[in-house]
Design a protein around this ligand. Structure first.
Ligand code: FMN
Length: 212
């Protein structure tokens, strides 16, 4: 089986948020899709190891903020590569509360869902949510998963359902590549400049290692 074929599926890049008692929590998810129109039902797939999973189960409500192409990539660094178990991801992020759910301001819009059903797989919970509120902020292009990979040169951590071991093409091997230890962003060039800051997660050049 050629797993690369799955790379042809299309996705967006979203921030799924909820509450852990009074604390705002959430994570990045690409696996968000609309299931029905009336009532409007969506499905999201969240890894059992993500803190957000346990919090959605307890709160029975979640929100999805739709990132746009020019959303600050640090949002992905913060929400996609750290855990709300350890940090307050909202500390440096502009957000507002709608129906008690945190919404990312730097997005195209959002929807809020009540969980109506869950399906367990061996690694992820699929939450089916009925939309109870939604609004749009801008007509900017929503960020696609393809844009995230190709333009922002982002990677996906193990907990993303679409994770695949990275394949570096043979013909690209002559260009030196340096990978960020935190988010996996790849810098191409002879050496990472000393004043370089990872555009996704903000780490300095010392956090990059050479990939062969
Ligand atoms: C581009 C991208 C897409 C992701 N998609 C998903 C996803 O669909 N489902 C999921 O469970 N995790 C996904 N992740 C991983 C989580 O965002 C990540 O494990 C996060 O640190 C979990 O945070 P938490 O422990 O606070 O919930 C994705 C990460 C990135 C960067």
């Amino acid at each position: 089986m050629d797993k690369k074929v799955l790379r042809n599926l299309s996705y967006g890049v979203y921030v799924v948020t909820t509450k852990d008692n009074d604390k705002n929590v959430g994570c990045i998810a690409n696996s968000v899709m609309q299931i029905t129109s009336s009532p409007s039902i969506v499905a999201i797939s969240i890894n059992h190891d993500n803190y957000t999973n346990k919090c959605i189960k307890e709160k029975n409500t979640f929100a999805v903020s739709i990132l746009k192409e020019d959303s600050n990539p640090n949002i992905i660094g913060e929400f996609g590569f750290k855990s709300s178990k350890d940090v307050n991801k909202f500390e440096n992020i502009n957000y507002k509360l709608e129906d008690g759910m945190p919404i990312i301001n730097d997005s195209c819009g959002y929807f809020i869902c009540k969980v109506i059903n869950t399906i367990e797989t061996s690694t992820h919970t699929i939450f089916l949510g009925e939309i109870i509120n939604m609004d749009g902020f801008t007509n900017d292009n929503p960020m696609t998963y393809k844009y995230y990979h190709e333009k922002l040169k982002g990677t996906s951590p193990k907990n993303a359902p679409t994770y695949q071991e990275e394949i570096i093409k043979k013909e690209e091997k002559s260009i030196k590549k340096w990978k960020c230890k935190i988010c996996g962003y790849v810098y191409e060039g002879e050496k990472v400049p000393e004043d370089y800051i990872c555009p996704i997660c903000g780490q300095p050049h010392t956090e990059f290692y050479e990939v062969n």
